[in-house]
Design a protein around this ligand. Structure first.
Ligand code: APR
Length: 226
């Protein structure tokens, strides 16, 4: 089976990474627009770089959870492609081999001159860290108001899927939230979230569960149906 897995912040919540909208729109104490928009970066680059430095340090201290691991194991029997809104690398560390990061990656930096100039970056990123052409580097994150370059690839993954599994997203941020519309009428859709934003229907089976327990239930249902 071709399985597309769409994951959001809830996927990594049980690894210890905070979601965005579970704390009144504040993300680790910051207004999201202050730290995740080009305007925020322009008005206070040091604050934004420091914020992502903290996120990067935190990421290196956490581990994939059993949900990440179960999705990686699913590759043994299926063609699994993950489209994640998360900027962490927990799917990769769990062993998933096909992961598309719709909103960028925390462990990469890109040039403010040429966004396609991307470098691996595991340490702190500071003012004065330049690309080869001498321009300031920034976190390789898709901020609010910026284009989502991998959207077409994500759409094609969903269009080709027999099964779509959605995990831990509030489905509030577009265009990512619109991906579900590209599932074919034959595709079976599963949605795992303790506070799901959509209801069960003929086409969508909702598991009101955390990622770690819900994903195992989805996989067992898929295996039963085969
Ligand atoms: N397991 C599964 N889901 C969970 C868990 C858990 N343990 N804990 C919380 N959730 C769910 C919440 O119920 C919520 O529906 O995860 C979802 C998190 O929603 P958001 O915080 O809005 O995260 P997400 O949908 O990934 O945000 C999308 O917004 O700020 C931007 O670019 C950022 O990629 C991010 C995008």
């Amino acid at each position: 089976m071709k399985i597309a897995v769409l994951t959001g912040a809830g996927m990594s919540a049980e690894s210890g990474l905070k979601t965005f909208r579970d704390s009144n729109g504040l993300w680790e104490g910051h207004n999201v627009m202050e730290v995740a928009s080009p305007e925020g970066f322009k008005s206070n680059p040091e604050l934004v770089l420091d914020f992502y430095n903290q996120r990067r340090q935190q990421l290196l201290e956490v581990h994939p959870n059993v949900g990440h691991t179960a999705l990686a194991k699913l590759e043994q029997n299926h063609e699994v492609k993950i489209v994640t809104q998360n900027v962490d690398d927990l799917h990769e560390r769990a062993g998933s081999s096909k992961v598309l990061h719709l909103h960028g990656e925390l462990l990469k930096a890109s040039s403010t001159y040429d966004r396609l100039d991307v470098l691996d970056w595991r340490n702190d990123l500071n003012l004065g860290d330049f690309c080869k052409q001498g321009y300031q580097l920034r976190p390789n994150i898709v901020w609010f108001g910026e284009a989502v370059p991998l959207m077409d690839d994500a759409i094609s993954i969903v269009e080709q899927a027999d099964i779509v599994i959605i995990v831990g997203t509030s489905m509030q941020v577009y265009p990512a939230a619109g991906l579900i519309q590209y599932a074919t009428s034959n595709a079976q859709i599963y949605f795992v979230d303790p506070k799901p934003s959509i209801n069960s229907s003929e086409k969508i089976t909702v598991f009101t569960e955390k990622a770690t327990t819900g994903i195992l239930k989805v996989i067992s249902q898929i295996n039963k149906a085969l």
